[in-house]
Design a protein around this ligand. Structure first.
Ligand code: GDP
Ligand code: IMO
Ligand code: MG
Length: 427
């Protein structure tokens, strides 16, 4: 029997999942997205090309790899078409290598408008959504009135489309949003026709047949564990289960087929959108991190909030996901600092200290307790594991010791080649 390894972000997204999925893909027969949608922006860099994927899995550039958009995903046909067009120059045969679940939820143009309306209504308390219609689409899925990819093949699709968008348009009448419905509708229906030209399948059968024949499968998470609908800093979260369990429901695989769980984290922290961020830096150091790490959203271009690494949050994500290996990204960005801070615990408003995430994280005044480590302060590009500066090795050892999971891969730059395996040392 084959196994499904799961790769997911342990922070607030943008950890570098796309880069690593692309790096690991040659080892896998199948790469599958299991949740989220075009709110994701996964960046890949190789041969001097930089490419951002939103809904298409990051195994797409590797020949011979099957790529699946699973049932747990919310798919926007208009953005899908744009993504496919942007990939034209690479001469990939997407109609052969890409499979899309008929059970994936369809994002309608009105879902995007509703997303905007709900954010406006929240005022100061807005989530900072990417406004891709993610929340409203999952709402309709859970409310049992959504449309799915498989519906576009049926002769009554247009009736269903008119019915549901009609309900949405009624709600939107009351909202301060301007749009040209005829144009949105026509662009959307064209894109739906385009989508019909791809392999729309019962992907749960496909993936379980692959497991049966002993194939290796990589499930590619989107967003991060701290944005999970159940375990993230609710309500400042996304609308799907971004954690390992989401790969089971989002692909139709039984938990016993889950193999390795790769947890990706940056050597520091970032967050885009609203919500608590205990180690956020508001000073020049945060500004430096943003500049050095090029921390601007891959989907929206928004500046990402930056701060030091946060061990209580990472421990929580490792626990919920059952992480078996850790991958540390963007260590090169910290080369600018001569001192590096690690948040080991939180001091709560009543003075107590904890390494657990308090229920009232949202709204609670939390003060990070820091331990200072010496920085390495030299560029890391082109270095092998044995050439790592001592201070970086100490940083890695410190994190590994506190997180109790081996760090088996280090990323030192955005390119595929700037990735180093770190042999596991058995105590
Ligand atoms: P994802 O959403 O998890 O796939 O991550 P994003 O692509 O949104 O953001 C990660 C950003 O960091 C991208 O611009 C990557 O090209 C870049 N990146 C990935 N790994 C590294 C690294 O090790 N060092 C540096 N400097 N940049 C990296
Ligand atoms: P990848 O896969 C970082 C954030 C948004 C917002 C919240 C809800 O590239 O890591 P939504 O659009 O889902 O309603 O937004 O979640 N968010 C992300 N932040 N990376 C992502 O994806 C994100 N997808 C959503 O900024 O705070
Ligand atoms: Mg991203």
């Amino acid at each position: 029997m084959g196994k499904v390894d799961v790769l997911l972000g342990l922070q607030w997204g943008d950890e570098g999942k796309g880069k690593i999925v692309d790096f690991l893909a040659p080892k896998y027969d199948v790469v599958a997205r299991f949740q989220g949608g075009p709110n994701a922006g996964h960046t890949l860099e190789f041969d001097g090309v930089k490419h951002v994927l939103h809904q298409i899995p990051s195994g797409i550039f590797r020949e011979g790899t099957k790529n699946i958009i699973g049932n747990g995903v919310v798919l926007d046909p208009v953005i899908f078409r744009r993504e496919v067009d942007a990939l034209n120059k690479f001469s990939l045969n997407l109609r052969k290598s890409l499979y899309i679940s008929k059970k994936a939820a369809l994002i309608l143009p009105t879902h995007r408008l509703l997303d905007q309306a709900y954010e406006i209504a929240k005022g100061e308390g807005k989530i900072g959504s990417t406004l891709k219609g993610i929340g409203p689409t999952y709402q309709d899925k859970i409310g049992r009135q959504g449309l799915r990819v498989g519906d576009i093949l049926a002769s009554d699709f247009i009736d269903k489309f008119n019915h549901l968008t009609g309900i949405h348009l009624n709600i939107l009448k009351e909202q301060p949003i301007e749009f040209n419905w005829d144009e949105l509708r026509s662009v959307y229906l064209d894109a739906v026709e385009f989508l019909c030209g791809f392999q729309l399948v019962e992907s749960e059968y496909l993936i379980n047949e692959e497991i049966k024949r002993g194939a290796s499968i990589l499930a590619e998470g989107a967003q991060g564990s701290l944005l999970d609908i159940d375990f993230g800093s609710y309500p400042f979260v996304t609308s799907s289960n971004t954690v390992t369990a989401g790969a089971c429901t989002g692909l139709g695989i039984a938990p016993r087929y889950v193999g390795e769980v790769y947890g990706i984290f940056k050597a520091y922290s970032t967050r885009v959108g609203s919500g608590p961020f205990p180690t956020e830096l508001f000073d020049e150091q945060g500004e430096l991190m943003r500049k050095q790490g090029n921390e601007f959203g891959s989907t929206t271009g928004r500046p990402r909030r930056c701060g030091w690494i946060d061990l209580p949050s990472l421990k929580y994500s490792i626990m919920i996901n059952g992480v078996t290996q850790l991958f540390m990204m963007k260590a090169d960005v910290l080369s600018i600092f001569s001192e590096i801070r690690v948040c080991t615990e939180y001091r709560l408003s009543d003075g107590s200290v904890t390494d657990k995430i308090p229920y009232g994280l949202v709204g609670e005044k939390i003060e990070p307790v820091y331990q200072e480590l010496k920085g390495w302060n030299i560029p890391l590009s082109g270095k092998s594991m044995s050439e790592m500066p001592r201070e970086l090795s100490q940083y890695i050892d410190f994190l590994e010791d506190r997180l109790e999971v081996p760090i088996t891969l280090i990323s030192l730059g955005p390119d595929r080649t700037q990735t180093i395996h770190r042999p596991v040392t058995v105590a």
